[in-house]
Design a protein around this ligand. Sequence first.
Ligand code: PEP
Ligand code: MG
Length: 580
Amino acid sequence: MTMTCLGIGIGVSNSIAMGKAYLLARRGYRATPRWVQQSEVEAEVERFQQALATAAQHLKSVRRQIPESIASDITEFIDTHLLMLEDSALTDVPIALIREQLCGAEWALQIRRDALVRVFDEMDDPYLRTRKNDVDHVVHQIQKILFNHGQAQEENLEKRVILAPDLTPADTILMRHQGIAAFVTEYGSPMSHTAILARSLGIPAVVGIRNVTRFHRDGEQLVVDGRHGVVIADADEEILAHFRRRIAEQQAHAAKLRGLRDQPAITIDGQSVGLMANIELPEDIETTRSNAASGVGLYRTEFLYMNRDSAPDEEEHLRTYLAVVQGLGHIPVTIRTLDLGADKQVDGGCPVLTPPACNPALGLRAIRLCLKEPDLFKPQLRAILRASAYGPVRIMIPMLSNLDELHKTRRIIEETKLELTGEGIAFDSDIPVGGMIEVPAAALSAASFARHLDFLSIGTNDLIQYTLAIDRVDDQVNYLFDPLHPAVLRLIKMTIDAAHAAAIPVSMCGEMAGDPRYTRLLLGMGLRTFSMQPDALLDIKHIVRSSDIRQLSRQATELFQELDMVDVGQVLEKINADAG
Ligand code: PEP
Ligand code: MG
């Protein structure tokens, strides 16, 4: 048995892939000074012009690979970059530098890029400042071709395993449409938005393997085990056969679970449990339907702002929400208002990008950003309200940390309703308004929030991040990310109890809700509604149907009585084992 194990990282999705490596060294093309002889000048100009043409061809080919159904936003982003490839600001000056100062093409482009970025950096207008991302993106494409002797290496990412220092959520969406098999990054953590997207899109992925982009050959055959966080290179036939067997086992398990699709999510002692879906992209509609979710507990709307130059207007919001509401028939859809910032950056030049924060996770994100920028918030609220005329829709507010934010948000919602009424536009006047409990302050004040909200939803990804003071995107502190920390469990329990006392619904929509290890403990703690990536729904249903809540409640009560004295992980193992 032979293999070269590339590395062990953190698995972020429960699937395996095999494919050829593709190195994505986005930030790696920085040219150093190089000059040419006078006799070489015209050939160098020709080389630069050829690189521009190849970059344009490449972008056009990426554009063609994107399905019509999601064309508008991503293709607009690509079109902007195509226009920039023809813009004299980026094309004429490097040519002049080659001709007049005998710069090599890469160096001429680098000088021009640095000058443009300096101009953008000095602009007061935050929107214009963000345009430098576009410059960088386009310059990167051209430099890559110049560095790679005229070849646009990204010609085809289909079935490739992407190796990159890091990926943004926007990169992940774009590459998914190019048909990648898997990705492996040097940085990142399982709770980052990129990892959550990988899970929900079913992309096998491993993060946090330092130097993975250095120890490889482009085109090398790799196996990526997204469950155990293992990446293997040069595996022999025996190893490959092992992974093929595991893929077949996974497929058999999924087929067995499909038999549960039309079975109710009811425990042994007859209690009904709500199993809802977390969705984000248009394709999630189908997986939500095929896994028979009882509703959408979290519709992340940040996707609408990614890989584009302008914020979506009210009509685009509405079209997108209607596709979901009507596509899912009668089940309730909980639309979360914009949660940009921190781990959810948009890429591209979309003007909602906020100025760089000292500490993005603690900065102007989510509802804080929306309250500061009503022009950004209002079109979304109007569209959500308008969508509510077509099916059961709920509004959910992210990152609440004090009641003042909640009251301000409710006032804006009421104003928006009045506007719509004045315009004779239909909406559900009783639309439920809920809040995410994902900041410790909100969990500790859950009783107050519950008095002013129609439902609560526990966002454990952020709740754990903020309670334990660990950045959810930093793999170096990922070992501290612990859903079973007594402080976290107490905050979850306080939130569930507060909602029950106020007689309002409470659900959980963080990743913990879709992790089968925690289902029984959460049932014992009183949680009756779980919202998760659609692929996890049947797995969790399987556990629900074999659980006895009377027994789990007893066990959870005992655990809470001795929470600081026991090893919670061991108690949980026993709870899971007892239930069989
Ligand atoms: C959470 O924080 O748990 C959550 C569901 O929201 P997001 O992961 O989108 O921040
Ligand atoms: Mg969150």
